[in-house]
Design a binder for this molecule. Structure first.
Ligand code: AMP
Length: 285
């Protein structure tokens, strides 16, 4: 497994593979890898001739008050996990390599970025879209793999690729969960034992939304009320500490829908202690 530090090394290697007509999969990550990330790498290794993973904690997608400086960094274990999955190369750039002095261009994210996360983290998707487009250029792969765990991010990247004619196939991979249902996340390691229990409220709220639809409920506002009640049930000992949103929206546009007729997606962002967690579920009427 090759470790690439510069954009020149990265671009040259991918072009060398592409010149031999090989398919190449890209798996962008911020490191602190868990089974969710490794499942993306595994899917790419299974589908493409070569896989390159990136490990870069992208500063431009964090607001000043967010957790950039304490974001977990576990490079040795990350490289070991990726080697085991059969990844061909890992791009681990320093921040200057991606944002050299004088860098000032950015991607205006598509309209699907505006609601939900966009309301609570207004600069987040601009940072994500910019770094992902840069990675697509630095590593001109045939495919890129993203997790459904970050559902709105997946919608943003799909729209950007479509709108800007980026020649790459985006592959969505299912959310990997702990056995009790908690979606795996690098941020889960911030949770203490008591918070870890309360974090399960997100999964319970998604279950409740799905069950309500299965029972015939079609009113999105009512389903959102059920999710909120499940998130905050039994007072502060059992519930989450705060809810940024618990919404049921159209699965493609992420726009509000009064009544569910087609596939919808339930999305939640909530804080447990100081840790902000997100999760989602596609729901068919
Ligand atoms: P991150 O390192 O958090 O930026 O995530 C890198 C990629 O891994 C993104 O495409 C995420 O959607 C994906 N990912 C993160 N957690 C999971 C999970 N639990 N299951 C599947 N994919 C995930």
């Amino acid at each position: 497994m090759q470790i690439l530090r510069t954009t020149e090394q990265a671009t040259e290697l991918v072009w060398r593979w592409r010149c031999r007509d090989a398919s190449v999969g890209l798996v962008p990550t911020m490191g602190a890898l868990h089974e969710g990330h490794l499942s993306l790498a595994r899917t790419s290794v299974g589908r493409c001739d070569h896989t390159v993973t990136t490990i870069f904690v992208n500063p431009t997608q964090f607001a000043p008050h967010e957790d950039l400086s304490r974001y977990p960094r576990t490079l040795d274990a990350d490289l070991e996990g990726l080697r085991r999955e059969g990844v061909s190369a890992v791009f681990v750039p320093e921040s200057d390599e991606i944002y050299p002095p004088g860098f000032s261009t950015s991607v205006q994210p598509p309209s699907v970025a505006q609601s939900l996360e966009g309301e609570f983290r207004p600069t987040h998707f601009q940072g994500v879209a910019t770094v992902v487009l840069k990675l697509f250029h630095i590593l001109p792969t045939t495919h890129a793999f993203f997790g459904q765990k970050d559902y709105q991010q997946l919608c943003v990247i799909r729209a950007m690729v479509r709108d800007l004619n980026v020649p790459i196939e985006i592959v969505a991979c299912p959310t990997v969960r702990e056995t009790d249902g908690l979606a795996m996340s690098s941020r889960n390691r911030y949770l203490n034992a008591e918070e870890r229990i309360r974090a399960l409220r997100l999964f319970a709220a998604l279950d409740a939304a799905e069950q309500a639809v299965r029972d015939g409920q079609r009113d999105a506002a009512e389903i959102e009320r059920i999710m909120q009640a499940t998130l905050s049930a039994d007072g502060p000992e059992q519930g989450v500490d705060s809810i940024d949103y618990a919404k049921l929206v159209d699965s493609q546009t992420l726009q509000p829908i009064p009544l569910i007729h087609d596939r919808a997606v339930a999305l939640i962002a909530a804080k447990v202690g100081s840790t902000r967690l997100i999760d989602n579920r596609l729901i068919d009427p």
